[in-house]
Design a protein around this ligand. Structure first.
Ligand SMILES: Cc1cc2nc3c(=O)[nH]c(=O)nc-3n(C[C@H](O)[C@H](O)[C@H](O)COP(=O)(O)OP(=O)(O)OC[C@H]3O[C@@H](n4cnc5c(N)ncnc54)[C@H](O)[C@@H]3O)c2cc1C
Length: 398
């Protein structure tokens, strides 16, 4: 939509093909229905949040940065607000308002919207001359492929664009899930499924190197298959693609307290509940759903009286509260990922125009390109920035 708007603003007559039955299906579910459309950060922070091919995006960022996204939407009458972590949302908290703003602009610019499925790019003499769709062929002076990744395929982004790009000679770097829930063989997750922990610190450690690849404070969730929630999705972006049983999650359940202070807190609870069974003494420290798993992990008999718990046992409890360990077997499938890592090889795209280096008149924008970012509005900003370049360059070349 952004590419179509930009091409139309640059003076081209534009047709937008959409295979789904409405525009912006994925956009409507972004940011839990609120659409975190960009991040109002500085340049350095922006690129720190892009683990894959950041340099490829330098020109796109220079042409259309987060402040440009904000002015663009505000200029079209959509008020925005900036929240924690510089995340930008519509003031209405409605992702549908972002889609409506884009749709209104498309209409203003007389962009033709066709609900049809693109099947291939038509070529002649080494340049793109149109698109073949399930509803017939359409000729064009330039084609922009902005078909997204292949996660959440029910939104329409089913990865069909990869085959279209491949058919004209592009290399597709294997699409893998990122920003995706993590799976664990540990029964503990199943037992605590549904439990959400707030204000915990999560560390993701690579087993072989013992390197901490991610560490952050926030919210997470136990599920029947393993772990999910914002912290876990962010952590998943740091996993090497396809790695199996190669990582461990370490949760600090009491990040605000150092071990000594936490030990003092546990001792005071143990004095308060000295005549209770151990299993009935942890209610002030932990959510109900976690107590049994904690007891099993620490390895103290739940029926043991608190006043007979040894110092060594108490210290073990404190250590486990500071470092609750969950082995990670891998990720959930790409269907459940927020974004797709991989896609059209950036080496085959001109970063200043988003034009294919293999086929003149073919341009790329958005998640179909092999770029991805962490959570925080960066992925949509990438889509907007690349679309802006592609739309303008496609129209200017006419
Ligand atoms: C649940 C969820 C929440 C998210 N939240 C955020 C967030 O808050 N902030 C953020 O920055 N990012 C978020 N993202 C990521 C963000 O949505 C994507 O990175 C972004 O939408 C990519 O834009 P795109 O235009 O490249 O692709 P898409 O938005 O996927 O759009 C591609 C469009 O192309 C259409 N299409 C595909 N193939 C064809 C074809 N062959 N013919 C015709 N049409 C076709 C699809 O139907 C689709 O409408 C979220 C993703 C998900 C799944």
């Amino acid at each position: 939509m952004m590419a179509a708007i930009t091409a139309a603003e640059t003076g081209a007559s534009v047709t937008l093909l959409e295979q789904s039955n409405r525009l912006g299906k994925k956009l409507r579910i972004t940011g839990k229905g609120r659409c975190n459309l960009t991040n109002a950060c500085d340049r350095d922070t922006f690129f720190e949040n892009i683990p894959t091919n950041p340099k490829f995006l330098y020109a796109a960022y220079a042409a259309f940065a987060p402040e440009d996204t904000m002015s663009f939407f505000e200029g079209l009458g959509l008020p925005l607000k900036t929240e924690r972590g510089r995340r930008v949302f519509p003031t209405s908290d409605k992702a549908a308002d972002v889609v409506a703003t884009l749709e209104k602009r498309l209409r203003q610019l007389n962009v033709t919207i066709l609900f049809a499925r693109a099947k291939e790019v038509l070529t002649e003499d080494g340049r793109a001359v149109g698109v073949a769709t399930n509803k017939g062929d359409y000729s064009a002076d330039a084609v922009i492929l902005a078909t997204g990744g292949k996660s959440y395929p029910l939104t329409g982004s089913d990865g069909s664009g990869y085959a279209i790009a491949k058919a004209v000679g592009h290399t597709i770097l294997s699409p893998t899930p990122s920003l995706v829930p993590l799976t664990s063989p540990s029964k503990v997750c199943q037992k605590m499924q549904g439990l959400s922990l707030k204000n915990v610190s999560l560390r993701l450690v690579e087993n072989a190197s013992e390197k901490v690849v991610f560490e952050e404070l926030g919210e997470m969730l136990f599920t029947h298959f393993g772990l999910s929630g914002p912290l876990v999705l962010s952590a998943s972006a740091h996993l090497k693609s396809g790695a199996k049983n190669a990582y461990t999650v370490h949760i600090d359940l009491k990040p605000a307290l150092d071990e000594e202070t936490l030990d003092a807190r546990v001792r005071s609870d143990f004095v308060k509940y000295q005549n209770r069974d151990f299993c009935n003494s942890l209610g002030d420290l932990l959510p109900e759903k976690m107590i049994l798993s904690m007891i099993e992990t620490v390895g103290i008999d739940g029926r043991k009286k608190v006043n007979s718990i040894t110092r060594e046992e108490r210290e073990r409890l404190v250590k486990t509260l500071k470092n609750f360990v969950i082995p990670i077997s891998g990720t959930r499938p790409i269907d459940e990922a927020i974004i797709t890592r991989g896609g059209v090889n950036t080496k085959e795209i001109n970063p200043k125009t988003m034009e294919s280096k293999l086929l003149r008149g073919l341009f790329f924008a958005g998640e179909i390109i092999d770029v991805d970012a962490y959570t925080g509005g960066f992925n949509l900003q990438i889509a907007f920035s690349t679309a802006r370049l592609a739309g303008a360059a496609a129209a200017e070349g006419l």
